[in-house]
Every structure is written in structure tokens, then in C-alpha cells.
Design a protein around this ligand. Structure first.
Ligand code: FAD
Length: 447
């Protein structure tokens, strides 16, 4: 037991319940059968839930002086074991640092533990809304999203986290004497999706935008390629305000139990949309061109009242599949917009019903990209590697979600700059240990 650490925080902030410590040592890594095995049993020695930044600072100072490894946790909804303490030590749960500090015209500044849904609720009062957020926005914190996520709802219009969707962040270092930095611009890019390996985010400022009236609609198609064509037309049409354009082939919709009564046997492919209500009539005309029909509509007045369509998209699609059958797992791929239909054909003729296609249209550096979270029926690590290899070979590049190693998942992480920042901000190498691999290790993986 570290007495220094114990003394640094209030009795309430220092967790002693073993079951809670075990729970707060895990995230959603079990979506991957590979990570489920690799990360089983990893556990923190200590967990604290600080209530103030001052309490956080005192705990970090104690950890630094006793060289205790530190892993930061937001909502714990990451899929790659990002928040799992590989070497034990201290888990710092930031979910009580939730203050909304400033709402301006086009930006909001918040403490890092604020949940995205709560931020959106607060900015709605000012006629504004978030630009991008993960489908886990009910639980996910803004610090966790910026440090461990990538994009989500809104990315079809606004791009991912690296596309100007974070304005600045306040960072605590962990060293003999803790410093507080404010980072923005190019420097901020290294902190995005870096799993809290180079600093602790205490405050985040993100851009926001005037609020729309979002209608949620499901269009059904008898043919998957028509659904894909329609979704592309919607994603490409810049005049239409949209937040979500998701496409799923059958039988993925069979997994969506709460939507079952709306979906017929001939509905072989679905497009799930969030679109501004002013575009709804034109959208229906567009769907006609591709023989699609609206099978379910949630009006703008019902937005955020009950289950929403984004609860079936992004990695929630995988969740519904896993609920139905634990053998499903998933990949993350960037298809090529120019070869999309050819790539789809190749995958279907190679894997048939063992790989089910699910696309999320998004922008990456301004470019429209058919990103995918395909479902894969898992047999073995070897079989999964073969599927990944096939996707990569045909140009549907994989960001491998079956690794906890930073930079090995396929995002273009600036690993040299991250290593430099680590030296400056975490000279004892305490933050999220074992997540930064050496270069050779990365080269041997499915990048
Ligand atoms: P956590 O899981 O707690 O942490 C994520 C990483 O950030 C960890 O490495 C942690 O150490 C670090 N971290 C957390 N807070 C801080 C901080 N303040 N300072 C420094 N480091 C910190 N992701 C997407 O990008 N888009 C999606 O649409 C999406 N959909 C999902 C759907 C499901 C069903 C699930 C299970 C996951 C999904 N994810 C998605 C992954 C995850 O939910 C998001 O990335 C989410 O934003 C993570 O936030 P969190 O607060 O839960 O972070």
C-alpha cells in the first residue's frame, strides 16, 4: 500500500472495493476475442476517482514520487484495452471532473471527464450542438474520446478528431514537479488518440455548431449495392445537412431486436440516416431512384427521446451482433471510393456470410471515405489475420482493432513525436505502460 497515495486524496476518492477495482481496470476490449485472451486478469493495484483537479494533481505527484504506473480512465468504453493497466499501479478515473466551464459562440470548454451527452444537453440551451461524437456518447467522456477515439456521428460532415475537431487541451505532466500545459494547433495533433501515454488531459475545448432539427430515418433496399449507391449519393450531396449515413447488409438487421417490427423479410439492406428535416422530401425522391423505401422515421421532435438510430451504428452494430452470437467480431477498414463496388464484390465472393458488410460514410481530411466496420465470424487468430490480409490486399486497408498497441492499429500516428513528448512529459515512463510498442514490433503487425 502506498501511504503517500492514500494521503493524497479523500477517503471517498480512494476506492477499496475489490469488485469496483476489477471493473474499473477493464474497458470494452472483449469485443475482440484476441484482446479478451491477452488482457484477461490485468488489474490495477489502486483506483482513485478525484473530485477536483487539485486532488488529481496531488495523486499524480504521489505516484511520480513513488514511481507508480498510472493509467487514466474516462468512461471506459474504449475497444482496444486502451484503459487497461497492463502493469497494475494506479487507475485514475476522471468521471467526476465534469464541469462545463465556458460555452461560447462556436466552442465549448469543459473538464475532461464531462460526458458527451451532457455537453450536448448543455450547449443545446444555447442553440448549438456537438460536431462529432462516438455512438457511446451517453457514457463516453470528452477526454476519453479525444485520447482514445477517432470519429463517429457527425464525421460524415465534419471529419474525424484530427480534422480540426479539437481546439485546445490542458495537459498535466507527471514528473518530479508536475506542470500544466495548454496545447493547440499542430502540437495538439500528437495528443489525439495517444491513449493518455503522454499526459493527462484535464480540460478540452472543442468546436460546436448551430443546432439542426435531426430526423432519423431507415431506408430499406432489396439489393445491397443499391443501398450503397443511395448512401453514397446522400453522403456526397454537400447541400444536405446530415449527421449519420450508415449502411448494413442483411442479415445484420436481424440483430437489431428493438427495430425488428419495422423490418420486413425482403429488406436485404438498410441505410440509417440522421438528416436535417428540411431535406427530408428530397431524400425520399433520391431513395426512389434506387428503389429504396422509408420503413421507419423518428421525427425531429422525438430526437434524444428514447432509443435513437445511432444506437445501431458505428460500433454499436457490433454490439447487437455480439448480443445475438458471441462468435461475431469486427474489423475497421477504409475502402477506396473509386473501387468500392469491386472491393465489395471481391469480399462477398471470398467470404460469403462469414463477413457482413457495414459502412459508415465519413470525411477524412476533407475527402469522403467509405469507412467500414465489417462483422467477421471469428474462428481463430490465424483466420482473422487471413481476413485482414485479404482486405489489405484488395486495398480496403485495415485499422486493426485487435491490438492494444498504440500506432499498430493503422492510424497514421506520429510515433517519433509521441516518443519525444513522452520524454518531456512523463520522464519516468509511468503513463499507460506497455501501450507504446517499439518500431520493429509495429512493422510485424497488420498495419
Ligand atoms: P476511455 O475508454 O475511458 O479511455 C480511452 C483512452 O483514453 C484510454 O487510453 C485512456 O487511458 C485515455 N484517456 C481517457 N481520458 C483521458 C484523459 N482525460 N487524459 C488522457 N488520457 C485519457 N469510438 C469512436 O471513436 N467512435 C464511435 O462511434 C465509437 N463507437 C463505439 C461503440 C461501442 C458500442 C463501443 C463499446 C465503443 C465505441 N467507440 C467508438 C470507442 C469508445 O467508446 C470511444 O472512443 C469513446 O470516446 C471513449 O471514451 P471514454 O471516456 O470511454 O474513454
Amino acid at each position: 500500500m502506498s501511504e503517500k497515495l492514500r494521503q493524497a486524496v479523500s477517503g471517498e476518492a480512494f476506492i477499496t472495493d475489490e469488485a469496483v477495482i476489477a471493473r474499473l481496470s477493464k474497458d470494452y476490449y472483449w469485443y475482440s476475442p484476441v484482446l479478451e485472451k491477452e488482457l484477461a486478469g490485468k488489474r490495477a493495484d489502486y483506483v482513485i476517482v478525484p473530485e477536483t483537479e487539485e486532488e488529481l494533481r496531488r495523486a499524480l505527484q504521489a505516484a511520480a514520487s513513488e514511481k507508480i504506473p498510472v493509467t487514466i480512465r474516462g468512461g471506459g468504453t474504449g475497444n482496444y484495452g486502451q484503459a487497461v493497466p497492463m502493469t497494475g499501479g494506479l487507475v485514475v478515473d476522471l468521471s467526476r471532473l465534469t464541469e462545463i466551464l465556458e460555452i461560447g459562440d462556436g466552442f465549448v470548454r469543459v473538464q475532461a471527464g464531462a460526458r458527451l451527452r451532457d455537453i450536448e444537453k448543455a450547449i443545446h440551451e444555447t442553440g448549438q450542438e456537438l460536431k462529432i461524437y462516438p455512438s457511446t456518447f451517453v457514457k463516453a467522456t470528452v477526454g476519453g474520446f479525444v485520447s482514445g477515439g477517432s470519429g463517429g456521428v457527425g464525421s460524415v460532415t465534419w471529419g474525424n478528431l484530427w480534422d480540426g475537431n479539437v481546439i485546445s487541451a490542458k495537459i498535466m505532466t507527471i514528473e518530479a514537479s508536475i506542470r500544466e500545459l495548454t496545447v493547440s494547433g499542430d502540437e495538439l495533433q500528437h495528443y489525439i488518440h495517444s491513449y493518455g501515454t503522454i499526459g493527462i488531459m484535464t480540460e478540452v475545448t472543442i468546436p460546436i455548431t448551430p443546432k439542426s432539427r435531426w430526423v432519423q430515418q431507415i431506408y430499406a433496399f432489396t439489393d445491397f449495392s443499391e443501398a450503397l449507391h443511395f448512401s453514397r449519393a446522400v453522403a456526397e450531396e454537400e447541400k444536405w445537412k446530415k449527421r449519420l449515413v450508415s449502411v448494413m447488409e442483411a442479415p445484420i438487421s436481424d440483430f437489431f431486436k428493438p427495430l425488428k417490427k419495422h423490418i420486413g423479410a425482403s429488406d436485404r439492406a438498410l441505410v440509417l440516416l440522421e438528416i436535417d428535416e428540411s431535406n427530408q422530401a428530397l431524400l425520399e425522391q433520391e431513395a426512389d431512384r434506387f428503389h429504396g423505401k422509408a420503413i421507419y422515421t423518428i421525427s425531429a421532435d422525438q430526437y434524444r427521446k428514447g432509443i435513437g438510430l445511432s444506437d445501431f451504428t458505428w460500433n454499436h452494430t457490433t454490439l447487437w451482433a455480439l448480443k445475438a452470437d458471441k462468435q461475431w467480431t469486427y474489423l475497421q477498414n477504409f475502402f477506396s471510393i473509386d473501387n468500392l463496388y469491386k472491393q465489395v464484390k471481391e469480399i462477398k465472393s471470398r467470404f460469403g456470410a462469414d463477413v457482413l458488410l457495414h459502412f459508415e460514410w465519413l470525411r477524412d481530411k476533407g475527402r469522403l471515405v467509405p469507412a467500414a466496420l465489417p462483422l467477421v465470424k471469428f474462428e481463430s487468430k490465424k483466420q482473422l489475420d487471413e481476413v485482414i490480409h485479404f482486405f489489405n490486399e484488395i486495398g480496403a486497408s485495415t485499422s486493426d482493432p485487435h491490438t492494444y498497441l498504440l500506432g499498430a492499429g493503422g492510424w497514421d500516428m506520429q510515433m517519433d513525436a509521441i516518443a519525444q513528448k513522452k520524454k518531456e512529459n512523463d520522464p519516468f515512463g509511468l503513463l499507460n505502460q506497455a501501450k507504446i510498442p517499439n518500431k520493429e514490433h509495429i512493422q510485424g503487425l497488420n498495419v
